[in-house]
Write a protein that binds this ligand. Sequence first.
Ligand SMILES: O=C(O)CCC(=O)C(=O)O
Ligand SMILES: [Fe+2]
Length: 210
Amino acid sequence: MEKIPHHIESILDALVERGYAIVPGFLPQTIAEPLYQEASQIASPHWQTAAIGRAQSHAINTMVRNDKIIWLDDTSAYGEPFLNIMEQLRQAVNRSLFMGLFDYECHLAHYPKGAFYKKHLDAFKGKSNRKLTTVLYLNPEWSDTDGGQLVMYGKRGEVLETVLPKRGTLVVFLSDQFVHEVLPSQRDRFSLTGWFRLNSSISGIIDPPR
Ligand SMILES: O=C(O)CCC(=O)C(=O)O
Ligand SMILES: [Fe+2]
């Protein structure tokens, strides 16, 4: 736990410098292990087929992504310690970078063998209140041959980073800046994906549900 504030400092620096941060060993084992145990024991009918977009544009397209998700509810026992840490991160980002992040939505994701998520942006400028994406990986072991890497691309389509989805690694990036994809996974892959959001209800339009 003591290491978290230190990590938060380096995340803030990286966000200012290049708009993203990759932090191996961010989440302590004691928090990651129960989350992994719970996620890997959830039976398949409980997982939802992930959609693209929100509210009106909510569409299911398994050609683009075929992972399974469960929204993490803050009353869930295994999610709370993680959500507390993300709340610390939200406050630190607002204090230092004045981003005005209002809340955090988060889901567990399960990529069964063969699942992928093709190149996409998590938000389009001015079209979404998702500001900052976070991805936290839960599998205790992962090797190159297991596939399922997160690939992040730069403005000219060049590969910026290839991330192994290994337990405890946190990836944070500006949601409308980085095209990214999940390569086909060769085994069950578990993660937590979340978005810090602006409060779009301020403009008088109620923020649509998931
Ligand atoms: O799991 C990952 O590495 C990224 C997931 C992702 O891009 C998303 O859910 O939008
Ligand atoms: Fe994404």
